[in-house]
Ligand binder design. Structure first.
Ligand code: CU
Length: 212
């Protein structure tokens, strides 16, 4: 196990000890790299039920703001059935839309106002654009589980979940083929770790071409 993962696990353990409410939680530390071994940030990592157990419906709302003519953050993950809010922090109007099958919508926004939240009721990937600013893009990954996270700049994420049988999945907007990678595992009470190596599309050389 790389020392980086050990130190992250130690940090998680310290965090869990500090929070009495999280005392019962187990979890998994996941490291995502590309084929060259470089850390992959903004990868969505989640644990789906494997064996028919019912997972809680936490459905915590998400938020994608518009700031500096960008969607922030680039990648958002929510549980199926969750709402996402779209606060506009720019002085200009934005007009958000998506043609993606899990949630097609068209939301006209105006400066200084917040749009109605959208509900994401089907699992899958939703790509958001802005009708006014062609370079604006964001991704929503809708997952059938409350146990998810997103990798940081070091390509690591800790996903907390109770003991049980799961399929661990990892997805990124640039993953070749578009499908999540997966591995089956059983979480016990002890901290676990896993890793994924992803094949990503090369970054676009044309700054006017959105990366999808
Ligand atoms: Cu816009």
């Amino acid at each position: 196990m790389p020392s980086q993962l050990i130190s992250r696990s130690a940090a998680l353990a310290a965090f869990l000890c500090a929070g009495a409410a999280a005392a019962a939680a187990g979890g998994i530390t996941v490291q995502v790299t590309d084929n060259g071994g470089k850390p992959v940030a903004d990868a969505v990592v989640y644990l789906e039920a494997d064996g028919g157990q019912q997972l809680p419906k936490a459905q915590k709302a998400g938020e994608i703001s518009q700031k500096g003519l960008k969607f922030v953050p680039l990648v958002t993950v929510v549980q199926t059935g969750s709402k996402i809010y779209f606060p506009n922090n720019d002085r200009v109007r934005h007009h958000i839309y998506s043609f993606s099958a899990p949630h097609k919508f068209d939301q006209k926004l105006y400066s200084g106002t917040t749009a109605e939240p959208q509900s994401f009721d089907k699992p899958g990937t939703v790509v958001l654009g802005c009708n006014i600013h062609d370079k604006m893009i964001a991704y929503v990954r809708v997952v059938d589980t409350p146990y998810f996270g997103k990798t940081d700049a070091s390509g690591a994420v800790v996903v907390e979940a109770p003991a049980g049988k799961y399929v661990l999945k990892a997805w990124h907007p640039d993953i070749v083929g578009g499908n999540a990678q997966e591995q089956a595992l059983r979480l016990g009470d002890a901290a676990a770790s896993a890793s994924f190596k992803m094949t990503l599309k090369p970054p676009s050389t044309d700054p006017d071409t959105p990366a999808y």
